[in-house]
Design a protein around this ligand. Structure first.
Ligand code: ATP
Ligand code: MG
Length: 224
């Protein structure tokens, strides 16, 4: 099992009151699987992704990635694990505004090791694969939303992660661009990667192997 999420709970504690964002959430994900978690705004989707991605420790329960708990690592080792094993894609793209497409795709290599020719070749191949060759020297402001998200997806894949975590990746896209992004996620899973996508968008359903419903921090239905 690549990812084992076991009875994870998370409460945000604020002076104004506690917000229980996740309650006893359990979910398994194997290599080659594409799972979509659907639910309304505020149901805990982003919290689930951050917790899964080693960015936010749960209050109880545990996350195991290849049998190991990332929260037992030092912050430095955990950051390295994230850079090596997990790719993130967000609704707002989070590209570096002053880097062109190619350098945005290359950005994660800076955190892992020196940027070898092999990594440059891979970035080039990804830019090509995502249909961005003609835009490779454009900065994000000079791209359409669909092109920005494909750049973000190429960046997420640079270090050959085992798991892609996608938070509402089609939220800012038109129907056609959304389908393109979703089919790239599907392709990643078909090639042996794992995808955990959270969204309220039902468009993702036909692309996923399984759809799970999250409501007020709890899983309502599992499977389908
Ligand atoms: N840093 C925080 N501090 C306090 N409460 C928070 C914090 N982040 C999220 N919350 C609350 O936790 C709950 C779950 O938030 P989360 O962002 O995970 O929901 P979501 O399903 O991703 O929503 P959306 O679809 O709008 O992105 C919400 O009620 C939210 O208000
Ligand atoms: Mg969210």
């Amino acid at each position: 099992m690549l990812l084992h999420i076991d009875k994870v709970s998370k409460t945000y504690r604020r002076k104004s009151g506690d917000v229980c964002a996740l309650q006893d959430v359990s979910l398994d994900l194997d290599a080659g699987e594409f799972v979509a978690v659907r639910g309304p705004s505020g149901c805990g989707k982003s919290t689930l992704l951050m917790t899964t991605g080693g960015l936010l420790g749960p209050d109880s329960g545990q996350i195991l990635f290849n049998g190991k708990n990332p929260y037992e690592l030092s912050p430095h080792a955990r950051a390295e694990f994230r850079g090596r094993s997990i790719g993130f894609v967000f609704q707002q793209f989070h590209l570096v505004p002053y880097l062109d497409v190619l350098d945005n795709v290359l950005a994660p290599s800076l955190a892992v090791a020196s940027t070898s020719n092999g990594v440059r070749d891979r970035a080039h191949d990804l830019v090509k694969h995502f249909g961005l060759m003609k835009r490779s020297h454009h900065v994000p402001a000079e791209l359409s939303s669909g092109e920005r998200q494909r750049t973000a997806l190429a960046r997420a894949l640079l270090n050959e992660p085992q798991l892609l975590l996608a938070d509402e990746p089609t939220g800012n896209l038109d129907g056609k661009s959304a389908d393109t992004v979703l089919s790239h996620l599907q392709e990643f899973a078909e090639n042996g990667g794992a995808v955990l996508l959270v969204t309220h968008d039902e468009r993702a359903v036909p692309f996923a192997d399984r759809v799970i419903h999250l409501c007020e921090g709890r899983i309502e239905s599992n499977g389908s």
